[in-house]
Design a protein around this ligand. Structure first.
Ligand code: AMP
Length: 422
């Protein structure tokens, strides 16, 4: 059989050119998250299957339908991670991070795997960027994680999104709400889709975010979880909404948003962008509080909150080329001088390109070199013509407005450093 050059269904190669955007997003994420005190954690891409079964929940779509599970040669059941939180909690406990003074703040990124039907914005290997904050109970940290996410999106140039907010209650109030749902919906079961009928017994809350319009019709008059919270959950919820608003975010309260993972308690939120580039997908990230998960994994009671964004989806939303323009291109009649100047600029941290298409020792003519700079979307072109070289000068052309400035070659790096890096 011939070797296929197609990657497996639902996966794709990140090619040169595309990887520039990935790297820039990753480096922006790193600066942004570390500034807020989150430290990177890297966990394995596969874990014991049990971790996800128990952690994410047997009744979820992820565990019941979408996991890549296999036995290794020693007959251990392992699963490619479908999400990042369960692995973080396991590592948090294994490394004794629960003994550090709270909050312990972590961030991670990497590939996740779900056996889903591939379509625009939905793949079988996708990438998540996530944060987790352990050890703080009050709503202030819920608000921090939401604000950090919202600011990160804006720093990426993504402005058009909505923050949906809900509360799912906790062990004190959720069971009664679940029963109430069953009571109200039992008589309507024959009008619901097969998935909802299945969720009725296993996980009735999940029925509420069913995407089938005829099911939504049936849920119109169903009371929301927010109206059935116990006193503690209600206090948390009201304060959360107040604090989010005080930070300048206008949340959209969505009592139908329940998230696909079982571990959430109280706060659940989703970042939604209605954008045709995402196809029929609109969730770009989501998260919430998971106050019982650490305990469920054998640790001490530890409240926690976090989120995960789909990096692939974020990249689809980037304003055109916002991340991929080249800062500087050097044009010169002398290729050696062009390389020396590019090297000098690179040493001070400025990404710089030059033309390599000349024959032998000769440079291409200036207009060909400028064409190349335009192709690479250079913000500035440094011109080292015969004149400039003779006088020890360089002409800097701002490609946006066409303005030019002459500086001495010895000042070039510090001048451009100020303009580009500060
Ligand atoms: P979840 O872990 O299901 O809450 O998903 C969090 C985010 O990960 C979503 O908002 C998406 O941006 C992204 N995501 C989840 N599943 C996929 C997938 N199959 N393909 C691409 N992105 C995904």
């Amino acid at each position: 059989m011939e070797i296929s050059t197609q990657p497996p269904r639902g996966t794709s190669d990140i090619l040169p050119g595309q990887s520039d955007d990935w790297q820039r997003l990753e480096s922006l994420a790193k600066t942004h998250l570390q500034r807020a005190g989150y430290k990177e954690i890297r966990t394995p891409t596969f874990e014991h299957t049990e971790l996800f079964k128990r952690g994410v929940g047997e009744t979820t779509d992820i565990v019941s339908k979408e996991m890549y599970t296999f036995s290794d040669k020693s007959d251990r059941s392992l699963t490619l991670r479908p999400e990042g939180t369960a692995g973080c909690v396991r590592a948090f406990l294994n490394a004794g991070l629960h003994r550090q003074s709270p909050p312990v703040k972590l961030w991670y990124q990497g590939p996740m795997y779900r056996y889903e039907r591939p379509q625009t914005g939905r793949t079988r290997q996708f990438h998540q960027l996530g944060i987790e904050a352990f050890g703080s109970q009050g709503p202030l940290i819920d608000v921090e994680v939401i604000v950090v996410a919202s600011d990160f999106l804006k720093a990426l140039g993504i402005e058009d999104f909505e923050v949906q907010l809900n509360s799912l209650g906790d062990a004190a109030c959720r069971p009664a709400y679940r029963e109430l749902l069953r009571e109200k919906l039992r008589a309507r079961l024959d009008k619901l889709c097969a998935d909802c009928r299945d969720r009725f017994e296993r996980n009735p809350l999940r029925m509420l975010d069913c995407k089938v319009p005829t099911c939504q019709e049936q849920y119109k008059d169903i009371p929301s979880a927010i109206d059935h919270l116990c006193d503690d959950c209600k206090t948390h919820w009201l304060k959360l909404v107040e604090l989010v608003q005080a930070q300048g975010i206008k949340p959209v309260i969505n009592p139908r948003m329940v998230r696909g993972l079982d571990y959430y308690t109280r706060t659940a939120f989703e970042f939604v962008a209605k954008d045709s580039r995402l196809g029929t997908q609109s969730s770009i990230g989501g998260g919430g509080r998971y106050d019982k998960l650490v305990e469920m994994f054998g640790g001490p009671p530890t409240p926690a909150v976090g989120w995960a964004f789909g990096v692939d989806r974020l990249l689809m939303l980037l304003p055109d080329k916002s991340l991929s323009a080249l800062p500087v291109f050097v044009v010169s009649s002398n290729p050696q001088a062009a390389l020396a100047t590019a090297t000098e600029l690179r040493r001070v941290g400025i990404q710089t390109e030059l033309d390599f298409a000349g024959q032998g020792q000769a440079a291409r003519n200036f207009s060909k070199q400028i064409q190349q700079a335009n192709k690479l979307q250079a913000s500035y072109v440094v011109i080292l013509g015969e004149d400039e070289l003779a006088k020890g000068e360089a002409t800097i052309k701002d490609m946006k407005d066409g303005s030019q400035k002459v500086v001495s070659q010895s000042e070039l790096a510090s001048y451009l450093g100020k303009v580009i890096l500060e």
